[in-house]
Design a protein around this ligand. Structure first.
Ligand SMILES: Nc1ncnc2c1ncn2[C@@H]1O[C@H](COP(=O)(O)OP(=O)(O)OP(=O)(O)O)[C@@H](O)[C@H]1O
Ligand SMILES: [Mg+2]
Length: 239
C-alpha cells in the first residue's frame, strides 16, 4: 500500500524553481532509493515533503496515509509519523540530544518510560553510549552526526523516513550498522526513502525501487539493478 504519495510537485526556493513536477510513491515496509546528480533536487524534495517553510510548493500535492498534508505544518507532519534525516545535521547548542529526543518522542505520543528504554537501546545499538548526554550534534564528527540521525529514527519509529545521504562520510563499520538499522525499520513497517550516491549501501539493503531525479524531475524508476547501471554508465545514459 502507498503510504506516501507525491503528485506533480513543483517547488521553488527563494524564487528559483527547483522541482518541476515530481511524482513518486512509497510503500509500507519497503526501501526506495533516490539517486541523481548533485543539484538535481533530492534534498529539496525531502525538505518539501517534510514541510520546510523555505521550500514553496507552487503546485502538486503530498498525501500521507491517504490524507492531503500539503498545507500541514512540519511539526504536525512529524507527529503523524514523518521523519527527515538531514544530509547536513545541524548543531544545536544548549539542547541535549536526550532532551531533544524526549520532547520529540512526547510529541509523537511515546510514553516517557518507553522513551527511556528506547533511547538506551538505540544508543547501544548505534554504539553511541558516549554521546547520549551531549548537546545535539555539537562537535560530533561527520559519521557521528549520521548515526545521531539514525538514533532519532530508531527512537521515533516513523511511518515514513526520508533519509538524506545517511551513508555519506561514514566508515565501513558504521555503514553496516546504519544499513542494518534502516533494514530493521523497514522490516517493522517504515517506508524508507533513501537518498544516496552510492550503490554500496544498497547491497546491504536492496531497494524495492530506485528513482532517478534529474533537473527536478523523476526521469527513470526501476529495480535495484538501476543503481548499478548508473554506477557503470553515469547519469548521461538515463537522460
Ligand atoms: N536556498 C537556496 N537558494 C538558492 N538555490 C537553492 C537553495 N537551496 C537549494 N538551491 C538549489 O537547488 C538545487 C537543488 O539542490 P539540492 O540540495 O536539492 O540538490 P541535491 O540533489 O540534494 O544535491 P546533492 O547531491 O549535492 O546533495 C541546487 O542547484 C541548489 O543550488
Ligand atoms: Mg542533497
Amino acid at each position: 500500500m502507498a503510504i506516501l504519495e507525491v503528485k506533480d510537485l513543483v517547488v521553488s526556493v527563494e524564487g528559483k524553481r527547483i522541482l518541476n513536477g515530481v511524482s513518486l510513491s512509497l510503500e509500507e515496509g519497503k526501501v526506495h532509493a533516490l539517486m541523481g546528480p548533485n543539484g538535481s533536487g533530492k534534498s529539496t524534495l525531502a525538505f518539501a515533503i517534510a514541510g520546510h517553510p523555505g521550500y514553496v510548493i507552487e503546485s502538486g500535492r503530498i498525501f500521507f496515509v491517504g490524507e492531503d498534508i500539503t498545507e500541514v505544518p512540519p511539526h504536525e507532519r512529524a507527529r503523524k509519523g514523518l521523519f527527515l534525516g538531514f544530509q547536513y545535521p545541524p548543531e544545536v547548542e544548549g539542547v541535549r540530544l536526550r532532551e531533544f529526543l524526549r520532547l520529540a518522542a512526547a510529541n509523537c505520543q511515546e510514553p516517557f518510560c518507553e522513551f527511556q528504554k528506547l533511547y538506551r537501546e538505540a544508543l547501544e545499538y548505534l554504539h553511541m553510549e558516549d554521546l547520549g548526554e551531549r548537546e545535539l550534534n555539537v562537535g560530533f564528527s561527520g559519521g557521528e552526526k549520521k548515526r545521531s540521525e539514525l538514533l532519532q529514527m530508531r527512537v521515533l519509529r516513523p511511518k515514513v523516513a526520508l533519509l538524506d545521504e545517511p551513508d555519506s562520510g561514514v566508515d565501513v563499520d558504521a555503514l553496516r550498522l546504519i544499513a542494518s538499522g534502516i533494514e530493521e525499520a523497514a522490516r517493522s513497517g517504515t517506508a524508507v526513502l533513501l537518498i544516496t550516491h552510492y550503490p554500496r549501501i544498497l547491497e546491504y539493503l536492496p531497494p524495492a525501487k530506485v528513482f532517478i531525479l534529474d533537473e527536478g524531475r523523476v526521469v527513470k524508476e526501476d529495480g535495484p539493478e538501476l543503481a548499478w547501471e548508473i554506477e557503470r554508465t553515469g547519469y548521461e545514459a538515463v537522460r
